[in-house]
Structure formats: C-alpha cells, structure tokens
Design a protein around this ligand. Sequence first.
Ligand code: C2E
Ligand code: CA
Ligand code: CA
Length: 386
Amino acid sequence: MQPYSVRVVAGEVIFAEGDSPSGAYLIESGRVELSSERFGRPLVLGELGPGMLLGELAVIDGSPRSATARALTDCNLTPIEARHLVERLAAADPVVRALLTSQLARYRSMLALLGGGAASPTLSESMPIGDAVVLDKIRLESELRAALDRGELEVRLQPVEHIVSGSVAGYEALVRWRHPLRGEVSPTEFIRLAEETSLILPVGDHVLARVCEMLAELDRRGRQPLPFIALNVSARQIEDPALVDRILAHLSARNLPPDRLKLEITESLVPNQRRIAALMRRCHAVGMHVALDDFGTGYANLDVLLALRFDQVKLDASFVRALETPRGEAMVGAIVATARAMGCDLVAEGVETSEQRQTLHRLGCGYAQGWLIGKPLALETVLAGA
Ligand code: C2E
Ligand code: CA
Ligand code: CA
C-alpha cells in the first residue's frame, strides 16, 4: 500500500536517471526539476509544478527512468501506483493508446539522440504504434471518410408489414458500404467505428438526405398511402441540437409530410433520457414519430416506457427467436400488453418464419419486420415490386 501523500524537501532526489520505475506522482505543491546526464553534465529538461504528472513515462513503457527528478522547493506528492496507470491505459481507446505509445517512442528516440547515441531502435522495432486491429481501424476510418465523398454508402429499405392486413406499412433505412476491395462492409462494423468520432454526423446526414430523396421518389411514383421510412439515429446525432431542424429542412425542401419519417433510437441510448425527451417533444410537435429500437437488449427498463412517450417499440430479434419456447411466448405476450397499455405500436424484428409471424399475430403484435417479409432492398427493387 502506497502512502496517500509524500513530502520531499528542497534538494531531495525523487528518482534518479536509470532507476527502474515503481510508480508516478501527481505534484500537489512545490516545484520539481527534471534533468538528464549529457556528455558528463546535467542537462535541465524542464520544470514541473502543481497539477502536473511526474515519472509517468517510464511507468507506461516500463523502461528505466530517462531523467532525474529533484525537488527545487519542498513538495507534496501524491504517489500513483504503476499498476493503476497501466490498467487505465489498457482500458483506453486502442487508437488513443496507439497515439500515446507512438509519441512516447518518438520522445525516447529524441532523448537517445540528444545523449549522442543513435536513434532508439524502439521507434521502429520494439514499440510498433499499434496492433493490426488498431491499424486496420485507423485505415477503415479514413477510408470511410473518403467513401462518403465517393458515394459508396448506399441506403437499403427493409419492409415493415402490418400483420393483420398483410400490407407494407413502411420501411427501415439500413445503410450499406460497398467497399471497392473489402466488399460489403456491415454497418455493425462501420457505424460503431463512425460513432466513436464525429464521423457519424456526416454519415447520418448522408442517410437522412437519401431517405428524403427516397420518400420523394415513392411519392412521385404514386405509392398511396405513402409508406413511412424509419431512420436510425446515434448518440452524437441526438446531442446535436440542430438535428430536428435539419430533418425538417430536408422534408420541406421536398414537400414531404413529417409524419412519414420515423426516428429509431436504440435502447442503449436511453440513459441519455433528458436529451431524448427534448428531441421527442420537438418531433411530436411536428408530427414525427419516434421508435424505441432493440427493446429488451440490455438496458431494458420499463420506466423508460413510462417516462418517454415512444410511438413505437421495436422488439429485438432475440425475443422473436425465443417464441418457440412457452416462456418466450409468455414474455412476448406480456410485452405486447405493456406496449398496448402505453399506447405504442409494437414491431417485431428478425421475423424469419411463418410460424413466428402466426404466433405474433395471435399474441396481438401489430407489425413484423424480417427476412420472411423482405430483406433490405435497393429503392429500384422496392419500386419495381410495388
Ligand atoms: P438494427 O437497427 O437493429 O437493424 C436491424 C438489423 O437486423 C439489420 O442489420 C437488418 O438487416 C437485420 N435483419 C433484418 N431482418 C432480419 C432477419 O430476419 N434475420 C436476421 N438475422 N437479421 C435481420 P444491418 O442492416 O446489418 O444493421 C445493423 C445495425 O446497424 C442496425 O441494427 C443499426 O443499429 C445500425 N445501422 C444500420 N443503418 C444505420 C444508419 O443509417 N444509421 C445508424 N445510426 N445506424 C445504422
Ligand atoms: Ca433500427
Ligand atoms: Ca433493432
């Protein structure tokens, strides 16, 4: 167990160049000088003060101290255990970790050069900037940016059936990336990547623009009643206060009624309840519907249905697969009743067999979506089949 705080007096050496690192420090008060032996003389590298970290570099890469730290004044230091820093680093975003280790390798190499030695081999050999997965992620992200400009992101429409009438009530817009070399990249892969940075915003805007074009085209071709199209929205889009205005601008530019566009918000975003409530108020004021997506997949909390007035609940495919057991059927029956009591439509996702559809019908579920009804299709195919 390390002491909570240590006091060192002016002139005291906190650690010396070449020591193996046992931990780092947070400087609470006082000033510390860092110096390094160069050509037999101490070279001052810098001075650190309150609020700064001391000795963290050697802890991160496990190499000997590259500098001597000496207290210039009396200091109070909070020790940071090496394993805590290492654990945090291991839990960090892999790209951030790669950035840090690459900077560290460069710094070490510079220090070696300053000392009159050769550039440290760590730069190219012992410390690659990241593993293959990280490099692939960095590459994929930059390719995704380019893909947007090259028009490689396509939007497909998957039909949603009104079970009682057997007619298609609307579609869910699902994005696809047709990569020239990788082939079709799944949205589960690249949407998650885009969501890690603000890249999801232009991707989301692209899908929004395409969806509005598609609605206008369905309208122009005389599809009556005009089906709805549901759009998936991500956390960063929800945080964008201009989202609803942008959607409305797209709709009004094409003279489309707002009630033909639905927003799908995945259940895992629901902890962000205040934001969602504000978004819903604006949507409802103009007649746009909001659906709770992937219901029952993790953060399921019934008070969400109570607190937020979703127009639609999308039952995750795992519940549809569970319909073959009596327990699964009982659970779906209870969800149907809950949705109805809350005044929401229920859409079952991932419906693949006619048995599932029949059971859903019997239980009173209003809508079905899945391969049995139709796979995600290009707009031309939807128009040809209409
Ligand atoms: P999701 O919103 O839950 O979409 C439903 C997923 O289930 C889609 O996968 C769809 O192709 C798939 N699916 C539909 N019917 C069946 C079926 O009968 N059986 C099986 N096994 N699967 C079925 P997809 O297209 O790969 O999309 C995956 C996820 O990517 C979506 O899950 C959604 O969360 C996200 N996504 C897709 N497009 C967009 C988008 O434009 N914006 C955002 N933010 N997310 C998107
Ligand atoms: Ca969805
Ligand atoms: Ca879903």
